[in-house]
Write a protein that binds this ligand. Structure first.
Ligand SMILES: C[S@@+](CC[C@H](N)C(=O)[O-])C[C@H]1O[C@@H](n2cnc3c(N)ncnc32)[C@H](O)[C@@H]1O
Length: 376
């Protein structure tokens, strides 16, 4: 028992995590001493924000990728969401991580290099770092620059010897991030690459885009990597809708903040009072959708362009796909990964998947396009 949550471990194929032989290990990517980053805080892609919003509002179903919900205020609000009563995913994932961190540490081995995708507050990462055997580096990647900077500020003083290299950028383009070039072949001690992807952020991608992302991670991280993904598996709308539409209205403010951001950064004139937040469950696609619904017709201008909104129409701002265990297993396999371990909480709502590359899997398949706007 752990605060009322009984953890069930689905480690049917539990086995010693294979270590590479010396030759293979030499070929695998390794960590060299960190060179000072050329530019530790690159700009976070204002051009993409502008083009994604302009393109998204021109579609018949207006839609904006959920990545853009996370300006500094958006990140603060998301952190508040993780603490509201109705939002079980963070609570349940933390409980699982508290209980399985030691086993993950065994799988990771000593001197691991932890790369986190969409690190947010890095709250969950601390459980991992606490359990790991002398982790050598932590590279959190997030699009929300200032929030990332604040979240990792105290880590170097808490973990002596840990190199912390925050990276502002789009994790969906992991291969193109220049800061990750510091992880390259060398003769020094190779720690295992542990890619940490918690928070059910994978659910923000359409399944095809998630597969493409998993393939990219596999190709980038190499054959000895470990991938830890936290994913919501809940299918019950009675639990899901309140989680995405809490009584305090924090999620509503998080969603509406996108319009505040667009007004400020793209010189738009959305009348915020005309919009309300709505969470919908799409049973066919097994996903929660967030929308901003307008109550009355409105003409919005932005950067010299004009967009018409009919009364009742919406802007689709987030998808959150929910994966049953078999569905996730299939998704992972398409992406070139297989389970080493998986953990589910006693409410059977959330799963932490510990994955390893499938040997010989084709990581570079090109049948799926990965585009930022797929990651609604
Ligand atoms: C659902 S939150 C999860 C935060 C944290 N990992 C957790 O588990 O609480 C998603 C996080 O990913 C970041 N994010 C979203 N899209 C991103 C992208 N394409 N590239 C980098 N970061 C992204 C957001 O800024 C946010 O911090």
């Amino acid at each position: 028992m752990d605060n009322g949550l009984v953890l069930r471990s689905f480690t049917a194929q539990r086995r010693a995590v294979p270590r590479l032989g010396a030759r293979a290990a030499a070929a695998a990517a390794r960590l060299v001493p960190f060179a000072p980053a050329r530019e530790p805080w690159p700009r976070s892609g204002a051009a993409s924000f502008e083009s994604d919003v302009l393109a998204g509002l021109a579609q018949p179903q207006k839609a904006i990728p959920s990545t853009w919900l996370y300006d500094h205020r958006g990140s603060e609000l998301f952190e508040q969401i993780t603490r509201v009563h109705e939002y079980y995913p963070t609570r349940n994932e933390l409980q699982i991580l508290r209980s399985c961190a030691r086993e993950i540490s065994d799988a990771a081995g000593p001197r691991a290099v932890v790369i986190e995708l969409g690190s947010g507050s890095s709250r969950k990462t601390r459980l991992l770092l606490d359990a790991l055997d002398t982790p050598q580096a932590y590279l959190p990647i997030d699009i929300s620059e200032q929030f990332l900077r604040e979240s990792v500020a105290e880590l170097p003083s808490l973990y002596a010897g840990l190199r912390v290299l925050p990276i502002v950028g789009d994790f969906a383009r992991i291969e193109t991030l220049p800061e990750l070039a510091v992880l390259r072949a060398a003769d020094s001690d190779p720690g295992r690459r542990v890619v940490f992807f918690p928070g059910s952020t994978i659910g923000n991608f359409t399944p095809d885009a998630a597969v493409a992302l998993l393939r990219r991670i596999r190709r980038w991280a190499g054959p000895d990597a470990l991938l830890i993904v936290g994913a919501d598996s809940t299918q019950d709308p009675a639990a899901l809708i309140p989680a995405y539409d809490d009584r305090e209205g924090v999620t509503a403010e998080f969603n509406l903040n996108l319009l505040v951001r667009i007004n400020r950064e793209l010189m738009a004139d959305f009348d915020l009072d005309a919009f309300r937040h709505e969470a919908r469950f799409d049973a066919q696609h097994r996903r929660v959708e967030m929308h901003l619904v307008i109550s009355r017709a409105q003409q919005v201008s932005m950067l010299g362009r004009s967009f018409h909104f009919r009364a009742g129409e919406s802007i689709h701002t987030e998808n959150s796909y929910k994966y049953s265990l078999p569905a996730f297993q299939q998704l992972a396999a398409r992406g070139g990964w297989a389970h080493a371990q998986r953990w589910i909480d006693a409410q059977a709502r959330f799963v932490v998947h510990v994955l390893e590359p499938i040997a010989g899997a084709r990581a570079c398949a090109t049948d799926v396009r990965l585009m930022a706007r797929d990651a609604l």
